[in-house]
Design a binder for this molecule. Structure first.
Ligand code: SAH
Length: 345
């Protein structure tokens, strides 16, 4: 539980924690149900917004508790309708969330850490290192805040693909996932967690939060190249990731997504495509080919369109489902961590 100036942050409490808190104030249990409804269904940003409570009750709650919120620092809209939000946390650290509208979906890409310790060569967030883990309510608050901004529309899908490595902040992320499914009623089918490949945590994930979609940022087909662009590979090499993916239980019709950021003359050779086919054989999966979105100062370049198409063709010829995903929102620095970096935090 988070306590600031002796006040309890109501959003830091679990469902049971809310009932215990209500009990500690000698209030009846149904007040707990009301509180949960206002916090999570109605998205109350302050105790004063809970108009179902009398002024008196709100005052006494205000004496001992508060509701935390993210502060919107900046909002940018891209020409492809992607919206990027920069939020400040209570300790003034900043995180990014990206809203990606598609035909019938509003997908929010959320952050799990301030910064990241993975050190991937192509990723802007990696450049600042890990500042700290997010608390589960800070992860969930990104959805709250965006829902408030886009009202009456609502986020329908979640991808844990923003700043940070979600499996390196395992407990808080697991807690956040439960809150998202329980309180926001976003089903697990509509949540995807993307990892750089922390193998023991991939194996644990389905036990803690069954049925959520798994995406793995593979990005290379040999340990030599992957070690260079994703240092986490030295600890958990490609074979161990593939083995963990083979053990990941999939619901009927579901697939594991492999992300493959295409970097000029690093991982975009035809041999890579053939190796990828071999590596992924026996896994129900799809591959998202993402041309690198280079950040200023980086020496890496994106693969040309022709080469991306040729790479995709090889995968398709071998019956691998492969899609080309242009990174959205390039004109608003949507590549990982760029907005935060631009604001020099
Ligand atoms: N740590 C997690 C989630 C954050 S990165 C993970 O590694 O999956 C989310 C995705 O963005 C990853 O697939 C990563 O490979 C990709 N990515 C990072 N920087 C990028 C860039 N500059 N251009 C294109 N994709 C990038």
């Amino acid at each position: 539980m988070t306590i600031i100036m002796n006040k309890i942050n109501l959003k830091s409490l679990s469902r049971e924690g809310i009932y215990r808190f209500i009990e500690s104030l000698n209030l009846p249990r149904y007040r707990g149900d009301q509180l949960i409804r206002w916090l999570y269904k109605k998205g109350a940003a302050s105790i004063d917004e809970i108009t179902e409570f009398s002024k008196e009750l709100r005052n006494s709650l205000n004496d001992v508790a508060y509701i935390s919120n993210l502060a919107l620092v900046k909002q940018v809209k891209s020409s492809d309708n992607t919206k990027k939000f920069l939020f400040a946390l209570q300790d003034f650290q900043k995180i990014e969330s990206v809203l990606i509208p598609d035909e019938d979906r509003l997908t929010l890409c959320i952050s799990s850490q301030v910064g990241c310790a993975m050190g991937c060569l192509f990723c802007r967030t990696a450049r600042c290192g890990l500042v700290r883990n997010l608390k589960s309510y800070e992860i969930v608050d990104q959805i709250f805040s965006v829902n408030r901004i886009i009202k009456p529309a609502k986020v329908t899908n979640i991808v844990l693909m923003g700043m940070g490595e979600p499996l390196a902040n395992f407990d808080e992320v697991v807690d956040a996932l439960w809150r998202i499914t329980e309180f926001f009623c976003i089903s697990k089918r509509k949540i995807t967690l993307s990892t750089a490949g922390i193998v023991p945590k991939i194996l644990l994930l389905h036990r803690k939060v069954p049925e959520i979609n798994l995406a793995v940022s593979l990005n290379a087909t040999t340990d030599e190249v992957r070690n260079e662009i994703m240092p986490v590979n030295k600890r958990y090499p490609i074979r161990s990731i593939i083995d963990a993916c083979k053990k990941y239980p999939l619901q009927p019709g579901r697939k594991i997504t492999f992300e493959y950021v295409m970097i000029d003359r690093k991982n975009d050779f035809p041999e890579d495509a053939y190796r990828l086919v071999k590596l992924l054989s026996g896994i129900r999966c799809k591959v998202n080919l993402i041309p690198l979105n280079p950040y200023p100062g980086s020496e890496l370049k994106k693969t040309t369109d022709e080469k991306v198409l040729a790479f995709q063709k090889i995968l398709l010829q071998h019956k691998l489902r492969a899609f080309i995903r242009e990174s959205r929102g390039q004109d608003i620095s949507a590549a990982c961590g760029q907005l935060r970096a631009e604001n020099k935090i």
